[in-house]
Design a protein. Structure first.
Length: 435
């Protein structure tokens, strides 16, 4: 009997995943432990390994499809096993309106094999290749299907194609979508224009001047989050700096003696996060999240660590950072950053933060406006160290800090008090360690 393979749920907040690549195709032999397909959530990427040995009998979704968690993705069983009835409800199907198409259209469809879709969907009278998720979204939104370009495998329309058309404002009617799926409407608008009216093709060389790259799931998630953050919050940024002499001196001591003391490598960012973890609980208005007009004030400093990865900005959470020593916090930061860069973080490891720290100082940025990670009410940007003059004419290293806060939840004075207290703690880092 065939064994179903379901889409795992990677965290309680995850509702669906995107299949990014198939490593096996129907008919291939599968051994237990073989990677069947790769998929990603909004934040992480995973490989799904087979729990069974046998033959990959049937695939229910294609690359690029968005698959609801716990839905069946494929079946593994004995070679030659009848799979015609497996997962029939998820098979691509033409709209019922196709059965009502004119006999001439049906005859034309039978007489000529359906063409592969490349760049745009099929023309009138042909069977439309479209994934179940894309079809449901098209019928739900009434997208103008004549403006949809197929980017899925073998010219298949997938959900991202529908979203791309919607982003461009291609809106029609549900009835038009049904007619399109029934093959009654031609896909390419240009096909309706007289041949002599066609615009001359551009020189071939110009086609190589740019490349269109679809946004990844991570990039789309970041885009949604940042857009929601800026459109729904009243964000304001305060900038301050502190004398980093003591901090840098302590950093030199750590570099010189950490190995002898059995300490892990501790960076300036680790030290800043340590100071944040100690100051933050004393300012509950900052150590909070805001959801549906309700503030959730945290007892511990659950710090989000912004990590730049090849897949985009990921923010793992260091839970209860205020209970960790400097050495343990540094080790936790490094472990979390490594998992982020490897794409091994789970959604649960990137949720629950009460405050985020993002560092652009190593890139020479002296001041910036970090964007809050909702539903948090504040985020701290760590800036570069620059030399400044004291009143007596001596030079000192000044490190900049940029605090963005949600003015709906926090007023300017409490935010400024937190920033001032943090600067004081960092200027007296040795005393802070003694507390």
């Amino acid at each position: 009997m065939a064994n179903p393979v379901i889409m795992p749920r990677q965290g309680q907040s995850v509702e669906s995943c995107i299949i990014t690549a198939w490593h096996k195709k129907p008919g291939d032999a599968v051994n237990e432990g073989d990677v069947l397909f790769s998929y990603e959530t909004d934040k992480s990427a995973f490989d799904e390994k087979s729990l069974f040995s046998g033959t990959l009998l049937k695939v229910m979704f294609e690359e690029g499809d968005v698959v609801p968690c716990l839905d069946t993705v494929c079946f593994i069983g004995d070679a030659g096993e009848d799979v015609s009835s497996l997962g029939a409800e998820k098979e691509d199907s033409v709209s019922p309106a196709e059965n009502e198409a004119a006999p001439e259209a049906k005859a034309a469809a039978v007489a000529a094999p359906a063409a592969e879709v490349t760049g745009v969907p099929a023309v009138a009278g042909e069977r439309i290749k479209i994934s179940p998720r894309a079809k449901n979204l098209a019928l739900k939104t009434g997208v103008d299907m004549t403006g949809v370009s197929a980017t899925g495998p073998h010219g298949r329309i997938i959900e991202r194609d529908i979203n791309a058309a919607l982003d461009k404002g291609a809106v029609g009617t549900v009835a038009a979508v049904e007619d399109f799926l029934a093959g009654k409407i031609s896909a390419a608008k240009d096909a309706e224009q007289p041949a002599e009216a066609a615009v001359p093709a551009a020189p071939a060389a110009s086609l190589a001047e740019y490349e269109e790259v679809p946004m990844s799931g991570v990039r789309r998630a970041i885009a949604r989050s940042m857009h929601a953050s800026l459109s729904e919050m009243a964000q304001l940024t305060l900038n301050a700096s502190f004398d980093a002499t003591a901090l840098l001196e302590y950093r030199k001591q750590l570099k010189a003696g950490a190995e002898a003391m059995g300490l892990s490598k501790i960076s300036l960012n680790d030290m800043v996060m340590y100071a944040v973890s100690r100051v933050l609980p004393e300012h509950p208005a900052i150590n909070a999240t805001l959801t549906d007009n309700t503030l959730r004030i945290y007892k511990h400093a659950n710090l989000g660590l912004a990590v730049d990865t090849e897949r985009g900005l990921l923010v793992p959470t260091i839970f209860a950072a205020d209970t960790l020593s400097l050495s343990r916090l540094a080790a936790s930061n490094k472990a979390a950053a490594a998992k982020a860069r490897d794409g091994a973080l789970t959604p649960d490891e990137m949720s629950g933060a009460s405050f985020t720290v993002t560092n652009l100082g190593s890139l020479g940025v002296e001041s910036f406006t970090p964007v809050i990670n909702p539903p948090q009410v504040a985020i701290l940007g760590v800036c570069a160290t620059v030399n400044r003059l004291r009143d007596d004419g001596t030079v000192y290293p000044a490190m900049g800090l940029s605090l963005t806060f949600d003015h709906r939840a926090v007023d300017g004075a409490p935010a400024a008090k937190f920033l001032k207290a943090l600067c004081t703690a960092l200027e007296n880092f040795g005393l802070l360690l003694a507390k």
